[in-house]
Every structure is written in structure tokens, then in C-alpha cells.
Design a protein around this ligand. Sequence first.
Ligand SMILES: Cc1ncc(COP(=O)(O)O)c(C=O)c1O
Length: 361
Amino acid sequence: MQKRIHNFNPGPAALPLPVLEEIQAELLDFKGSGMSILEMSHRSRWFEDILNGAVDRIRRLLNVPSDFDVLFIQGGASLQFAMIPMNFAPVDSPADYIDTGTWSSKAIKEARVLGRDVRVIASSEDRGYGYIPSDCTADENACYVHFTSNNTIKGTQWAAFPSFGNIPLVSDMSSDFMSRPFDVHPFGAIYAGAQKNVGPSGTVVVIVRKDMLERTPDTLPSMLKYKTFVEHNSLYNTPSCFIIYTTGLVLKWIEETVGGVEGVAERNRRKAQAVYDVIDDSGFYRGTAEKDSRSLMNVTFRLQDESLEKRFIAEALEAGLGGLKGHRSVGGCRASLYNAVEMEAVQALTGFMKEFERKNG
Ligand SMILES: Cc1ncc(COP(=O)(O)O)c(C=O)c1O
């Protein structure tokens, strides 16, 4: 009998069980091909169907307009921190960034390394990155405004996205992509590592507005140009075939099993509410993000008596609840409640939290 834990890992993270079972069922012979998907050419008709199917699902699920391209790129969101300014920030116009923590700061750092005219137009550093800034004004000549939609480490999230008129938004949506509906129109580019809400690690979904591609300098190497991925339908070089296949199955699960992004957003809202309720109803736990900036994806919290945290995490694991340790840079606890985490897992967590409080409070 296989034993599976309730998985609250921050990424790579839980995948839907039916997706894992489907992979298992077709692992040795993919749809009568006589091969595993792991062994198949990326130029085969089977893989082309997988890739195009995944792109089509992203288009349908998020209502992606026709003047946007959907791409799969390797190198993680971390490579996007550099590709975005390389492609979209001419050296002579300001690139505006909002700094809401580690991942935004890394994006800012990469744009600066490239010598771009980076302006940090808002930051939540003054209160330990525990909130989302509300007052941001962009330079009217800014080539884009970059922000991180969900801050995985600090557990904050933009409830509504900022708006800067015609200046395109660029967002790192790695930790809340496909977790809720949003309007794609104001964006010049969106990127998201798959490994939290839509698949395993190894690919980044990039959605880019076609006119942004005109900014790309010819001098960039092929693999660093979005245009290369657009012109070759993400098949210029060998992509992460198995990861894209798995991502396609997760997207199918979102679309066909849990009611699309609207359905998944409602599930996510209920899951996060259940954990925040336990935190707020107790004097034993303490949420670390300011209430109006709380993330529905990563619930970050401390125990009032921090010396109990190690025991909390160890006993949780013994009870079958994994991945609750906070990021090593901040400590504490974090429950990541991405799309594939079921309400049943959340109920197990809230039950455990109440019981731990009863015994130790
Ligand atoms: C919001 C955000 N951006 C970027 C990254 C970095 O992603 P990668 O490791 O795929 O480069 C992470 C990783 O956790 C993240 O949470």
C-alpha cells in the first residue's frame, strides 16, 4: 500500500492525484505509440499535439487574446528576470519595478546587472515585506512596470493588480499563475515557473504580447530572444517534453475536473480562509503578512512561542502533513495551498493545528 502525505510544499509542490495516475497508466506506451513519452521525439506528431493542446488550454482558461503568444521556456523564472529586460527594456528608457520581497529583488538585480535604467517605484521593505504597497506611480516613459503577483516567501499577494494606463505590466506569476482569473490585456508579458500551480519544475509558461517583440535587439543570442520561441512554437531546441506533457494534464484537470480558473479560485479561497481562521481564532499562532495583503497560496505563520516551531513541524510530518517549514531566509511555518492541494488536506492541517494548540497552548 503506497503512503502519500498531505503535501504543503512551496514548489515543486503537490500535483493532482488523477494526473499522476494518468501518467502512470500511459508511461510505458503513450497512446499506442509503443513508446513512453519520455522516449519520444519532440518533433513527433504525438508531442506536437501535447504542446499545442497545452497552449490551447492556457488560451481558453485565461481568455488569452489573439495578439498574445504562449510559450514554454527553460531556465526557470530566474532566467526570465534577465530575459525580460534584455528583450523589453531599451537601455535609454526607465524600467519600473515594484519590490515586494526576495523574488522582486532578484528581478531588479538582474535588470541592473544588464545596465538598465531601473527605478524602484514602490517597495514594502520598510515593514519587512509584510504587505503589498498601494501607492505606486510609474514614470510616463517607463517601458514596463514589473511586479511579483504573489510573494511565495513572505506570503503576500496582490488582491487586485496595479494599473498604469498604457504602460505594459510585466508580472512574475510563478506562485499564483492559474489560481484565479485575471484580465490579460494590460500585460506586456507574464511568466510563471510551472512547479507550483500547473506542473513539475523544468518549464516556464510565458505569455507575451506580440508588439513587445518589436523591442528585442537583434544582437541577442537566439535562446535569449522571445521571438525565437514564437517563431518556432517553443520548438527551436529540445523542450522539456515530459514536463510540458504533465503540465498539459494539470491544465486538463483544471479545465475539466475543477471548473476552470473560476472553480479553482473558489477552492483556493476556501482553503486559505480555513487556515487563516484557525490562525486568527487563536492566540497561539500569528500570521506574518498584514491581513489585507495575505496570500491565498502561501499561508505564512509563526507560533507565538517560536521555540515550539521545530516540534510543530516535526509532529506535523509524523501526522502525514509535509512541507510546512518556512523558507530558510525567514524561518517560521508556511502552508502552500496551490491548486492541487485538496480541501481534505487543509482540514487535516487545521485539525492538527487545533490539536497542537490544545496540547501545547
Ligand atoms: C515568485 C517566484 N519567482 C521566481 C522563483 C524562482 O523560480 P525558479 O527556481 O524556477 O527560477 C520562485 C521560486 O520559488 C518564486 O516563488
